[in-house]
Design a protein around this ligand. Structure first.
Ligand code: SF4
Length: 392
């Protein structure tokens, strides 16, 4: 297992969390392996009970990824996880606040040189034990939820970090998650100014991918683009591999991680389309999965805007009624029928990827000039009258 360094100039690491019962060793190890294959760097496992921490040694022995023990309510789980040899502990100030207990976890982590993530979370930030303090906090949140939630998060972190400062323990990562991306953005901006610790970013309880994707990415992209964040987790109510795939894609599109696999560009289709491009794009995506070189492949619906929009692509097809014209790095290589389009595009992409792997070609880094092909005839045989002018 390779070491993952967090913070400083190190790459932003992708984190996920297993959805298995941790005591189910085989299922947990299987999920960790799947996440690792998908590009995950760090994995967190829930440790609600002793049976879970007892499973950790066996999981650690088989895990290809560093493991973080997620501890809530019972500080003993943290001690047991440290003893088992986990790589990091996550504590929630909202449910492990007893000073003596935190001191003991810090001492154990110091001895084993294990970092601790202090994760405040919107769902557990409001005081629960002290009734009058709870009433005060609830009242403040009802008045201006956004501002008071951020104030509470910063205050809770300050209070908790004081214990760590008193113990002279600085091997710390912090996080402040909310379900509201606007709160996340402002909370992380506030804590990045206030504290000098690496930050783990996430939007909590984001929901299913269909809606949670926008909720998560809107916050994470804004923060990452500002240079805030050292590890990220996108969390969905779905198969955890989707979290990792989307986190990886986010880092790739932001230029924070090198793509390892083909990148697919496709037009959104419009009234000029004359083939089932949506179906073709989905088929191309599946077919390209076995290519392990980041060739850029464009699937465009026509020769009108397609060439300009595909100028960054290594391999491109411009489709029209019944046929498509394929370009490789700006050079027209073949014209194929609609039936052959998928296989031909794959063959050209594979052949180009192999050339790159052999050092006989280089991936497009800027743009390639694509001279527009002759317009393809419409279904009635007529030639479209669209004029392709220079790009402004
Ligand atoms: S490439 Fe052609 S078909 Fe696709 S959206 Fe642009 S104009 Fe429409």
């Amino acid at each position: 297992m390779g070491a993952v360094a967090i913070g400083g100039d190190n790459p932003v690491a992708i984190q996920s969390m297993t959805s298995t019962y941790t005591y189910d060793i085989d299922a947990t190890v299987a999920e960790i392996r799947k996440l690792a294959e998908g590009g995950c760097d760090i994995v967190r496992v829930a440790t609600p009970n002793k049976i879970d921490t007892e499973a950790l040694p066996a999981i650690l022995e088989q895990s290809p990824l560093p493991i973080v023990a997620d501890v809530h309510f019972h500080f003993e789980r943290a001690l047991e996880a440290v003893e088992a040899g986990v790589h990091k502990i996550r504590l929630n100030p909202g449910n492990i606040s007893d000073r003596k207990q935190v001191d003991r976890v810090i001492a154990a982590c110091r001895e084993r040189k294990i970092p601790i993530r202090i994760g405040v979370n919107e769902g557990s930030i409001v005081e629960r034990k002290d009734a009058s303090q709870r009433a005060e906090e609830m009242h403040a949140i009802a008045g201006d939820r956004h501002a008071h939630m951020i104030r509470l998060m910063v205050e809770k972190l300050e209070d908790y970090l004081r214990i760590f400062d008193d113990n002279d323990f600085a091997d710390v990562v912090i996080s402040a998650k909310s379900i509201d991306p606007r709160i996340c953005i402002d909370a992380y901006r506030a804590i990045s100014e206030r504290f000098d610790y690496p930050l783990h970013l996430g939007v909590t309880h984001a929901g299913p991918p269909e809606t949670g994707r926008i909720r998560s990415v809107s916050a994470l992209a804004a923060l990452l683009a500002d240079g805030i964040g050292d590890t990220i987790r996108i969390s969905y109510a779905a198969d955890t591999i989707l979290e990792v795939e989307d986190a990886k894609e986010l880092l790739c599109v932001l230029g924070m991680r090198n793509r390892q696999e083909p990148e697919l560009i496709a037009c959104p289709t419009c009234g000029r389309i004359e083939i089932d491009l949506i179906k073709l794009v989905s088929q191309v995506r599946q077919k390209l999965a076995d290519i392990k070189t980041p060739v850029k492949v464009a699937v465009m619906g026509c020769v009108v805007n397609g060439p300009g929009e595909a100028e960054g692509a290594d391999v491109a097809v411009f489709a029209g009624k019944g046929r498509g014209i394929i370009y490789v790095q700006g050079k027209q290589t073949r014209t194929v029928s609609e039936d052959e389009m998928l296989d031909a595009l794959y063959e050209e992409s594979k052949a180009f990827a192999e050339k790159v792997e052999r050092g006989e070609a280089r991936l497009t880094s800027g743009g390639v000039s694509i001279v527009p092909p002759d317009p393809l005839p419409r279904s009635d045989g007529s030639i479209p009258l669209n004029v392709i002018g220079p790009r402004s």
